[in-house]
Write a protein that binds this ligand. Sequence first.
Ligand code: 28F
Length: 645
Amino acid sequence: MASEKQNTVGNEYNAEQIQVLEGLEPVRKRPGMYIGSTSSRGLHHLVYEIVDNSVDEALAGYCSHIQVKIREDNSIEVLDDGRGMPVDEHPKMHKSAMEVIMTVLHAGGKFGDGGYKVSGGLHGVGASVVNALSEYMQVESMRNGHIYRQEYSRGKKTCEVTIVGDCGNKTGTHTIFRPDPDIFDETVFSFETLQARLREMAFLNKGLKITLEDERGDKKKKEVYCYEGGIKEYVQFQNKNKTPIHDSIIYYEVVKKDSEVEVALQWTDGYSENIFSYANNINTVEGGAHLVGFKTALTKVFNDYARKAKILKDKDPDLDGDDVREGLTAIVSVKLSEPQFEGQTKTKLGNASMRTLVDSATKEELMAFLEENPNQARIIVDKCIKAGRAREAARKARELARRKTALDSTSLPGKLADCSEKDPALSELFIVEGDSAGGSAKEGRDRRTQAILPLRGKILNVEKARLDRMLASDTIKDMITAFGCGIGKDFDASKLRYHKIIIMSDADVDGAHIRTLMLTLFFRYMPQLIEDGYIYAAQPPLFRCTVGKDMRYTYSDAEQEKTLAEMAKLYPGKKIDIQRYKGLGEMDATQLWETTMDPAHRTLVQITIDDVARADQIFTTLMGDKVPPRKQFIEENAQYAQLDF
Ligand code: 28F
């Protein structure tokens, strides 16, 4: 192991370094405070606390093999080949260092300035907590040629530290503990749970050999975890069921004073992002400074490289962080002397120095890899660009859908009685003059396909009104909103909500006026609606002729004359009842449906403009200030309207 990981006081341990705190009673009273929980999770945590001490010894450079055994009775045995737990007498407490470490709270984790440079353990509470929560525990230290042993029960020593044998020049620490069933809900260890964590530990500490043995009944087995490649092999392991898109696993390591960073990464053809970050072998699930540094540098390096290699052209937008991380499997592991763990679950690294360290290491090392491996670099950059395009396409689709829903429901005018049909090709909108006719139309309509928008009062003469004033008119705003297609340069016919917009006004001069005003609006601001044939005029009847049960509606004076003559022949001597309709408001809902709205019987006039220039002139003439030509047009407005059917 690297020399900079050595203990600052060198090989010799000094018993004064142990900060004396308190006894173990609080641990048994509130075990959750120290190990998280008393469930199976907390039970396994005990093993990690003990193994962490061995790993600390490995990080300091003195231990290379850790053996973990699940024994027949579900007790745990851990053996390392480190220097051995110190046993010399603590100068103030007049007790063996071993006894202090094992029976005094926090003594195992806090060693002041003379302690380990790098120390793991999520809670940092050490061996004494495990001791407090074990019905039986024993520690043996092999040092100075002797084997020293002490035994405990529920955190209390049951004997003094005693030499029980000799070990030649062998050194190390050997611990056995059996968790207290009074404390834990579950005392059976899971091989798989321990396997996952111990294998992870082996990946994170390259060259460290960890063996796991199960001695229980029919479960007997033994596994060895040892990876010379460390986290590089970890990435390979993570990607074993995936398809990497380039050959090498990129790896770099930078050691600085009392901290170090190691990164391994490889892209697969998948879409998810799998970055695992660690600080002192603890999985920083909530991320933190090191992860931020990595992500920032990763995005920058790829943008810089892709521009320099001219894969990204000047006109192309930058690659987004998400695009660069698509399909990425990466391990970011930092080791530092005073980790600050923050966040909800204390798994977010707070040390700002780690951001800078990982950032600069990534910028230098990753850029060097890309430049030295242009073929692999090209494959990765191409994948990032593809990811970017897919993201952009998805964004556009989302935006479109969002705009559609906004027009669909929320912003529709309150006066609009919409139809249930959502397909514009099957939907009709009746713009009805006057509230009473609007009421009859709402009542009589086919509500599946027919929407009603009643218009109150006169609408603005748009030829004289400016766009802003026109848009301020509620009547016109309601109409534009109901149409859904916008106006002017924002006009988009594809967003039109109805393919038949039917103006339903009285069959008199005022009705014709209103109709003309609306046509002017459409022509000026939505000419395409007329050109594409979406605009119609409803044809309400002028008369109703009844003899007994024979009832006929007529729509023009000529038709009326013809009908009267026919009925006189058919019903000689009988009185023909004639009703003249002066307005839509005189018809009830049923009559309005039968005469004007029912697609099976109605007549619609489709408004067409063959010569747009001429129509423009007509509108100007009609809607301008000169009254006589306008009046004439209104009376003959059917001249530029054609019969639909
Ligand atoms: C099976 C569990 O607990 N191994 C351990 C050591 C070694 C030293 C030590 C432990 C360090 C600074 C107090 C030896 N020589 N395995 C273990 N191996 N504890 S626990 O020291 C304790 C302290 O202050 C050790 C020189 N330095 C450290």
